[in-house]
Each structure stands twice: as structure tokens, then as C-alpha cells.
Design a protein around this ligand. Structure first.
Ligand SMILES: [Zn+2]
Length: 343
């Protein structure tokens, strides 16, 4: 498990946490807010593990956990009795009983070490009642307690909760730093790292997932192939292939998967942007899909700037419709027709 030196950027968060560990003044309540994959859990667990480590060391300017003591090993395997991760039964909410049982009552059971650290993942799912129950604990926590709420939606919290927590927003990480990390630490080859970074928009977890996930590579290839064949294809065949592509294996649902659909639209958008770049520059130097040059150059000859622009607008429209819950398969069908018309 990670150390502070593994956290890319986020200097403000690291500085605060380091200072807290150094002085022993650890607050009772934190909120770490950021998108899925941005590293909330990794940062929170690094903080918790380092607080509890019995043999902290100063390495490269950071106070780090040793990774070897009994507590570190327990933290790593998820079995440290003083790191409590709040679980919830329903996928869409964290109820008041869950917060009461796992935090409000549990917090009065004394820790084995000097600290007791609660992590609440998906904190935005706490119902108003659950938040009110938690608030009581936040108002008068035992000295040893620290509660870290992780969330992808900071707007979901009562102002009274926010005012009692130190809030850490996770900032998007610079592309070149993520690329360096992927290549050096994860041994990802350069063109793959570049592609993953282009898609991830500053989100380290997403970049790692894209770089290491073979299914994304397949989605990318299939999406571009499908689009390249559009001009000569029957729209019914295209939709059948799309449905296959966007429905996860083993899923009983006929509906396209939301995340896959989002990735598919991203691939299309970057592909069409590549066509635009290639048309303007006449070289492959700045292409994201440099490995698809033959497709890109053949389309570029046939498409006018106006047509390329029409396609980009159609992709945007489709994205908006899907965001506002319009039938996604129908929306994708309209999009494919739009692209077919302009290719
Ligand atoms: Zn340790």
C-alpha cells in the first residue's frame, strides 16, 4: 500500500496531513472530495496507516509509514481493528442505523492503539437522518477519533456537517505527471500512456485503469472500426454491433452500460478531433490515435471542416441527451445516422 511519496501532486492535502502527523494534532473530521478514481481512498488509507504506524520514518521530506510493523501489515490487509470502514447494504444509500451502529455507538469502544479512524466511502449516500446522527458524533467526538468522509459530491452534505470538517478537494493532476507515473512506475508503453492520459482528464485512477485495462483497448478499436465502416453499413447492423459492444459480458440487460457508453462517446470525440487535427496539420505528430492513421487519413480526404464540426456537435448532443436520461440506444442510433450523413 502506498506512501505519501506515491501521491501525485495534491500538495495542499499532503502538507496538511504531514503537519498533522508531525505535530500529533489530527483533526476529528475530514472530507476528501473528488471524482471516482481520483485517489480519495488511497489518500485516506495512506493517512490512516501512517497515523497508526509504530515505526514512522522520515523519507525524502515526508513522514512515511514503515510498511513492516504489525500495525502497517494489519492496515495493508484491511484488518487493523482501529481503521473502521463504514459499509452499507443498499447500493444507493447509507442509512441512519448503519451510521449509528458503525460510527456513533462504535466510537465509544476504546481503540487498541491511540487512535480510531473511520472511513466513510460514498459519503454522499448518507441520508439526511444519517448525517444528523453523524453530526452528533462530530460535535463531541472522543479524543482518539478521526472520521474521514470520502465523496464524489460535496453538495450532498448538510452545511452543519461541512462546517465541522476540514474539506480537501482533490485537484486534477497535470497530464505530463500522470504520463510519467504510468511509464515509470507502472511500466506502461508510451503511446498507451499518452492515450490513457488524454482520456483521463487529470484523474489518476482513471488513467491507470485505462492504461491497464485490455477491454478499453478493445472498445477503442471496435468503436473506430465501426465508425470507419459507417458510410457503407446498414444502420440496423451498426446498432446491433453497438449493442453488443456496450452491453457488458454476462449482463442480462439489453440497455447499454452507462460507463461504457461514456467511454464510447469519448473515443468517438477524440477520433473526430484527430481527423480535424490531421486535416489542419497534415501530419500525425499530434494525433491521439496515431495507430489508426490509415483510417484517419482516408476519412480526412472525404470530410469538409463543416462536416467534421457537424459530427462533433452531434456527439455533444448525444452526450447531453444521455445525461438527461433520454433512451440511450435511441440516442446512439440518431448519432450514428448523423455521423453517417457527414462522413
Ligand atoms: Zn509501520
Amino acid at each position: 500500500m502506498a506512501r505519501f511519496s506515491d501521491i501525485i501532486e495534491q500538495d495542499q492535502i499532503k502538507e496538511h496531513m504531514q503537519n498533522a502527523i508531525r505535530t500529533g494534532k489530527i483533526s476529528h473530521a475530514y472530507i476528501i472530495s473528488g471524482d471516482v478514481g481520483s485517489g480519495k481512498k488511497m489518500i485516506a488509507r495512506t493517512f490512516a496507516k501512517t497515523i497508526l504506524c509504530e515505526n514512522k520514518q522520515e523519507i525524502g521530506g515526508y513522514i512515511e509509514n514503515c510498511g513492516e510493523c504489525h500495525y502497517c501489515k494489519q492496515a495493508e490487509s484491511g484488518s487493523h481493528p482501529d481503521i473502521r470502514i463504514v459499509a452499507h447494504e443498499k447500493p444507493t444509500s447509507i442509512g441512519v442505523d448503519e451510521i449509528r451502529d458503525q460510527v456513533c455507538d462504535d466510537v465509544y469502544i476504546k481503540p487498541y492503539s491511540d487512535h480510531k479512524i473511520y472511513l466513510i466511502p460514498d459519503g454522499e449516500l448518507m441520508t439526511q437522518q444519517a448525517q444528523n446522527a453523524l453530526l452528533k458524533t462530530l460535535e463531541e467526538p472522543p479524543v482518539y477519533a478521526t472520521i474521514i468522509i470520502l465523496t464524489s459530491n460535496i453538495d450532498a452534505f448538510l452545511p452543519t456537517i461541512l462546517s465541522r470538517c476540514i474539506v480537501f478537494p482533490i485537484k486534477p493532476v497535470r497530464d505530463d505527471l500522470i504520463q510519467k507515473y504510468l511509464m515509470e512506475k507502472r511500466k506502461v508503453v508510451d503511446y498507451k500512456a499518452h492515450l490513457a492520459v488524454s482520456f483521463a482528464q487529470g484523474n489518476v485512477g482513471k488513467a491507470i485503469q485505462l492504461a491497464e485495462d485490455e477491454s478499453f483497448e478493445k472498445l477503442k478499436n471496435d468503436a473506430i472500426d465501426l465508425t470507419a465502416r459507417l458510410p457503407k453499413a446498414q444502420i440496423s447492423d451498426v446498432i446491433a454491433r453497438l449493442q453488443l459492444l456496450l452491453t457488458p459480458e454476462g449482463s442480462s440487460e439489453k440497455k447499454p452500460d452507462a460507463l461504457l457508453t461514456n467511454d464510447f462517446l469519448d473515443v468517438l470525440m477524440f477520433y473526430v478531433r484527430d481527423i480535424l487535427v490531421y486535416k489542419a496539420e497534415g501530419s500525425a505528430d499530434h494525433l491521439i490515435f496515431a495507430d489508426k492513421l490509415s483510417y484517419i487519413s482516408s476519412v480526412t480526404e472525404k470530410c469538409s471542416y463543416k462536416e467534421i464540426d457537424n459530427i462533433l456537435k452531434a456527439i455533444d448532443r448525444a452526450r447531453n441527451r444521455i445525461h438527461s436520461n433520454v433512451n440511450s440506444l435511441m440516442t446512439l442510433e440518431m448519432l450514428m445516422l448523423d455521423i453517417k450523413e457527414n462522413l
